[in-house]
Structures are given as C-alpha cells and as structure tokens.
Design a protein around this ligand. Structure first.
Ligand code: SF4
Length: 401
C-alpha cells in the first residue's frame, strides 16, 4: 500500500512543491520549472509525450548496446529508473560504472556531484554524461571551494596550524572539495560508512572538519558518543574572518566542526510528523536517513543510508507498518515492491528532490540519441589535477573496508 501520511496540520503553502500535482511524465514544455532547467535542448524534444519518449529512449538504448551504461540514483523518478542498468546510491553507481570498461559512455541519471564522482573513478576512455546539466544538489552547493578554503585558513590561523584537523567531506560535494580533502590528509565518506570514516579521522587528528552536511556529521558523531557541546557549527554565510560565527571557547572544545549545510529534502522531516504517525498507527516503525535533523533521528526507531532503509523494509515481517523519512521516489518504489507491508513517507507534502527531478525523460532521449549519432552532449569532466587529489581521498575511504 502506498500512501502519503497527512496528519492534521495545515500545509504551509510556500513549502509546497512544484511537483505536488503528481510525478507522472508531462511533456518537458509543460513542466512548471522547465524555464529554470537546461534550455539548450532542441525544441523537437519539448513537446514529446511519455509514449514517444519511452520508444525513442529504448531504440537508442538498443542501438548503443554495451557501449552505454545508464545509471539511476534511488531518488530518480520512475519514468527514468525504468531505463537504468543499475540503481543505487551515488558511490555504488560510480563503482558499478568503473567496473564496466566496455562502456564508453556512462549516462548518469542523478545530480552533478554524482557524475563528477563517476568521472573520477572511471577509466580515461569512458565519458560521463549528465542528461540535464542543471541537475545540481542544493546541499553540495552550500559548500563552495573558496568558502571551505577560507574557513580552513581561518581555522589554521586560530589553532596555529591544521596538522591536528582532518577534513572529511560527504560524497555529496563538489569534486574540488574531495580534492581538497585528498590534498590535506582528509577523506570522503558516504552515509553508509560515516562512522568508520570519523573513527579513521580521529585516529589521525584531534578534530574533524566535516562538510557539507551538518546533520550527517552531528548524527554520526553523536552515535560515537561525542557530546553535542563538543560539536561546533561553522556558519559559512557570515562575513569571512569571523571564525564562522564561533566564539573561541566553542572552537577550543570542538572535536567536530560542522559546516552549516543541509539537504533541503531531508530537513523537511520533523518530530511532529513522527509523533503524528505513532498516534495514527500504533506499532509503526520509523526509519529515517541520517541527513535528517538530530531530533528527528533521535525520535526514529532506526536511521541509515538509502541501502540501509531498503534492507530495513525488506527484512521487516509481512504486515509491518513503516514510516520513512527520505526522498519520496525511493519510498514509493519500496511501497510498490513490498505490497505485503504498509510503507509511507513521513512528509505530508511528499515532495521529491527537485534537482533530481530535473532529469526529465526528454533530456535522456536527447543525450542517448546524440550518442547514437556520435555526438556527446553534457559531458562532465573533472580537471586532471582535481581528479588526482579527489581520487586520493576516495581511495582512503575505500581502504577502510
Ligand atoms: S536529496 Fe538532498 S542531498 Fe540528495 S541530491 Fe537532493 S538535495 Fe542533494
């Protein structure tokens, strides 16, 4: 049973999503936000309906054979995921592509940082393509390379050096920040291995500088027994030179310095939603992603990565009622795949990730048909020097297995 949970609260209109009306395929030109998506797609694709798009993508897929691999992130819409050779989280998908050297083209249906990660891990002869170059990630965008480097300099000035600070970036960050970590003795983490990565970091330094997601950093450090008073929140929005708005004593006792970034999708989940779900469905199990706020993770029965959430649902006995705090496309898919369980999204507005949603089938048709003609549109290429250092940070993470 698929249901969105609607507790007795008034929805705040500005929180409503452009896709609240449903996530069926509309022609590109009818999408409310198309104006802010990639416009440089030929007009012949603008008005194509679902049936024609499906037929054209399938035909291009067949013509390309093993020369192309189509990857679909868990949060992609159904009308995209149906074409994916593999679906998963960003890191698993990048690894999948790297293990298929016969594929010249990797079409990554996800967001920008994911395509960059695939380009870092793939062989030089493989070209990574992002169907809509406007598909970014609002969380990754909260940590820019200049802002992080400026904060690092300030931390170095304050502490008299950075030897004791280990930078850790979440997978959901620009390639340049992965490179920054590679260059400065740091590492990349995913939501599956964040704890293991922090343990690695604390074996090498006194403090961790964690970006861009404050919530993953805080929830992970808390699970390791680090008190909240030993975590400091770096406000990157304020003027430079003010130590992220932190007082000296806050920095002195901080073991984890958290970047003030968040995921706009996961930050929507609240304790009120969990309480309402428990009231309506006694016995409900609540599982949320660690990108959710601290109080939400505390109020849930379990938390973990998308892979963990999928496993949690799979392993629950038939008849279970499970409320989930993560992106709606994954929740809906899990509900469909487990009809013997009641699966619902905790968010009453059930808004999908609006940047993932930008990968409309028209863009997929355009890039795939281009490849059939030998034209590569929307290649994502990480500069060689950035790639070299980013790979070092990723390899440090891989070595933890
Ligand atoms: S769900 Fe959140 S972290 Fe993931 S791509 Fe969307 S905005 Fe970024």
């Amino acid at each position: 049973m698929t249901t969105s949970f609607a507790p007795e609260i008034d929805l705040i209109p500005q929180l409503q999503c452009e896709t609240d009306t449903g996530i069926a395929t509309l022609p590109l030109s009818q999408e409310v936000s198309f104006r802010s998506w990639q416009q440089s797609i030929p007009q012949e694709y603008w008005d194509l309906g679902a049936e024609e798009l499906v037929a054209r993508i399938r035909a291009a897929r067949a013509a390309l054979g093993t020369r192309v691999v189509v990857l679909g992130h868990h949060y992609q819409r159904e009308d995209i995921i149906q074409f994916a050779d593999e679906r998963g989280d960003s890191f698993a998908l990048a690894q999948y592509a790297a293990e298929r050297p016969e594929a010249e083209y990797i079409v990554f249906c996800g967001v920008h940082f994911m395509a960059e990660a695939a380009d870092i891990l793939c062989a030089p002869h493989q070209q990574v393509i992002l169907p809509n170059v406007e598909a970014g990630c609002s969380m990754a965008d909260m940590a820019s390379d200049p802002d992080v480097r400026s904060a690092w300099r300030e931390l170095g000035d304050y502490f008299g050096g950075t030897d004791d600070i280990i930078p850790v970036t979440y997978m959901n960050s620009a390639a340049s920040l992965k490179a920054f970590c590679g260059e400065h003795g740091g590492v990349v983490c995913t939501s599956s291995n964040a704890r293991q990565v922090l343990e690695w970091a604390f074996a090498r330094g006194k403090r961790v500088f964690f970006f861009p997601d404050q919530h993953l950093g805080r929830n992970t450090a808390d699970a390791m027994g680090i008190p909240l008073e030993e975590m400091a929140l770096w406000n990157w929005r304020g003027p430079a030179g003010r130590l992220g708005g932190l007082a000296g004593e806050q920095l002195d006792r901080a073991r984890v310095i958290l970047w003030q970034g968040h995921c706009s999708v996961h930050q929507r989940f609240s304790v009120t939603q969990i309480e309402a779900a428990r009231k309506q469905f006694p016995g409900v199990q609540i599982v949320v992603h660690p990108e959710c706020r601290y109080d939400v993770v505390q109020a849930a029965d379990a938390n973990g990565s998308t892979a963990y959430i999928a496993r949690y649902v799979e392993q629950a006995p038939a008849g279970s009622i499970i409320g989930i705090g993560t992106e709606i496309n994954l929740v809906s898919r899990l509900a469909k795949e487990h009809p013997d369980k009641t699966i619902f999204c905790l968010d009453p507005v059930v808004c999908p990730c609006s940047t993932m949603y930008r990968v409309h089938p028209a863009y997929l048709a355009w890039v795939m048909e281009g490849l059939v003609r030998g034209e590569v549109h929307n290649r994502i290429e990480v500069p060689a020097e950035t790639k070299r250092y980013a790979k070092i940070a990723l390899e440090r993470m891989l070595a933890l297995k």
